[in-house]
Design a binder for this molecule. Structure first.
Ligand code: HEM
Ligand code: SF4
Length: 556
């Protein structure tokens, strides 16, 4: 372990935080500001929140000598992205009462709500608690929300596999009772022994940790971008276990070649059950003990594994588990796209996958999506599952209830909305970026929809309108919208400027590469016009756009 003097400042904040309590309680009571104390801003991430401010209003507030308009974003812990009808109703009400009202489905299969004032945090968390929901460990240097593929192609084992997401989330939850004490008024723990945390000790992990489960053949959960990706191996409808892929992560920093996006490396196979949980746990302890705690830009598992080497990392995990990884079992991903519309699921019930542009559920103009979903929830005849592509599955609808749910979808024109959306839009993702994200260099979710409209026209011109091209935009290179793993990736560099990345594959095995830098909209459209023209004439049979650009635009 590093000497304490060499540790990054955040390491010290964690160590002296008294189980992630810091001075959060005092910060909440400070009525002179809408913000919380600086060190507490790092600690509330572990409780599932980010302090933010409205960047659109900074100048106006400054001119009136007012402090920035601070508010908080809260993100739920929802392993596998599942909500009951009652939980949907609670979420709808809490979003309307305490936040902007927009339910934002995230690229990690959960939801976040924005614009929550400091005084609303406690009521919000209490209301979620009554609905059996919490926001523990959804941000911060800890295991975050565990994702799971939403589309088992007729595998009756989906329930079993998605229950792993739940169990992993529970296994890796911090032991501190701070969340219950601060937000839910639980009595203070006097016996500190009850809070001892053999996994996270007192400094938690060096950096965030993300786990995702993929179920071939659909890689909708983008399994290789996770710190730990688990690829379910199923034979004859029986879950055998998981291939472990370690060291994925998408963030980089412009101009710093020491930072880079990386896909996970396959370590080997582990059989289902206790051995899987043991191996997951020890991957975390290896990262806890070997991860870089001096430089946060080098702290993710991807850098640990590149520093140690894959074999050494694997050996260290095996030393701790007491058993070896088995040989990697074969698997094939063929897709990353959500399966829109009605589909019979393995339990014999029905699922409807609804397209939600950039995951934003709201009532806007003609499209009253939020009202429609509330009406569906109120029937009590459906549950809800978020997808890792920011869409929503209305799930577990019994055959006899399907026409009632379908009628609500039709009444609110949601079927028309999903069916009439173009392939490129259905395969697009944008991160939040402005106005709330403090790290955004450019717009993303407020801009991508209009850019897609212009790209649709180009695709129509080249007769490519049915191509499922995966297009993603992020307002900075942190990659929250998984832009480095897209066939067309836009990465913000400054207001109205984007790097254009190409050559990622369709299935999620290959990252894209920088093609052109700092393009404005006109340049983006002219580049794409030319690329689509080349693709139309030069593609091989069934070649995807990503494979085509990889083959023709980069020297290999
Ligand atoms: C150094 C790396 C990163 C930093 C500092 C970072 C920071 C942030 C911040 C500040 C937000 C809040 C934005 C807002 O709600 O206004 C955010 C959102 C989010 N980030 Fe990251 N992020 C990083 C990398 C990633 C990566 C690689 C992923 C996943 C592949 C990811 C997934 C998310 C998700 C799911 C959200 C919620 C909003 C959305 O769906 O776009 N982040 N991140
Ligand atoms: S990618 Fe960058 S701009 Fe977008 S939400 Fe993440 S940190 Fe913010």
């Amino acid at each position: 372990m590093s000497e304490i003097k060499d540790l990054s400042p955040l390491e010290k904040v964690k160590i002296v935080s008294n189980g992630l309590r810091g001075t959060i309680a005092e910060s909440l009571n400070d009525e002179l500001t809408g913000a919380i104390h600086e060190d507490d801003q790092a600690l509330i991430k572990f409780h599932g929140m980010y302090q933010q401010d409205d960047r659109d209003r900074r100048e106006e507030r400054a001119s009136k000598k007012l402090e920035r308009l601070f508010s908080f974003m809260i993100r739920l812990r929802l392993p596998g992205g599942f909500l009951t009808a009652d939980q949907w109703i609670a979420l709808h009400e809490i979003a309307g009462k305490n936040t902007t009202g927009v339910i934002k489905i995230t690229t990690r299969q959960t939801v976040q709500l924005h614009g929550m004032l400091k005084s609303k945090i406690k009521p919000t968390i209490k209301a979620f608690h009554l609905a059996h929901l919490d926001s523990i460990a959804t941000c911060g240097d800890i295991n975050r929300n565990v994702t799971c593929s939403s589309y088992p192609s007729d595998l009756s084992v989906h329930l079993e596999i998605s229950s792993y997401a739940d169990k992993i989330s529970t296994l890796l939850k911090p032991k501190t009772r701070a969340y219950y004490e601060i937000w839910l008024d639980e009595e203070k723990i006097l016996d500190k022994k009850r809070e001892e945390d053999p996994l996270y000790l007192d400094a938690y992990l060096p950096r965030k940790f993300k786990i995702g489960i993929g179920i071939p053949p659909n890689n909708d959960s983008d399994v290789f971008i996770n710190d730990l990706g688990l690829i379910a191996i199923v034979e004859n409808n029986k879950l055998l276990g998981f291939n472990f892929a370690v060291g994925g992560g998408l963030a980089s920093t412009h101009g710093n070649p020491e930072t880079y996006a990386r896909l996970g490396s396959l370590l080997g196979f582990v059989e289902a059950g206790e051995k899987t949980f043991k191996a997951i746990y020890e991957v975390l302890t290896v990262q806890r003990d070997f991860g870089n705690r001096e430089d946060r830009k080098q702290a993710r598992v991807k850098y640990t594994i590149d520093r140690m080497g894959v074999e050494k990392f694997k050996e260290e995990v095996e030393k701790r588990t007491g058993f070896d990884f088995e040989e990697i079992k074969p698997f094939t991903f063929t897709e990353r796209t959500d399966e829109y519309g009605w589909k019979k699921n393995p339990s014999g019930n029905w699922d409807y996958t609804l397209f939600v542009e950039n995951g934003r559920v709201l009532d806007e103009g003609e499209l009253q999506m939020k009202s429609a979903l509330l009406e569906i929830a109120k029937t009590g005849k459906a549950s809800f599952r978020f997808t890792v592509n920011q869409n929503l599955i209305i799930t577990e609808v019994k055959s006899e209830d399907k026409s009632e749910i379908n009628a609500i979808l039709e009444k609110f024109k949601l079927i028309e909305h999903t069916d009439s959306t173009s392939a490129i839009r259905k395969n697009s993702i944008a991160c939040v970026a402005l106005p709330t994200c403090p790290l955004a260099l450019a717009e993303s979710q407020r801009y991508l929809p209009s850019l897609i409209t212009k790209i649709e026209k180009l695709l129509t011109k080249h007769d490519l309108v049915n191509e499922n091209i995966i297009t993603r935009m992020t307002g900075c290179p942190n990659g929250c919208g998984r832009s480095p793993a897209a066939e067309i990736g836009f990465i913000g560099t400054a207001l109205e400027k984007y790097n254009l990345h190409l050559g990622g594959d369709h299935e999620g095995y290959r990252l894209n590469r920088l093609y052109k830098e700092n393009l404005g909209e006109a340049e983006i459209l002219s580049e794409l016009d030319e690329l689509f023209g080349d693709f139309k004439t030069g593609r091989k049979r069934n070649e995807s756009f990503g494979d085509f650009t990889h083959r023709t635009k980069f020297e290999n």
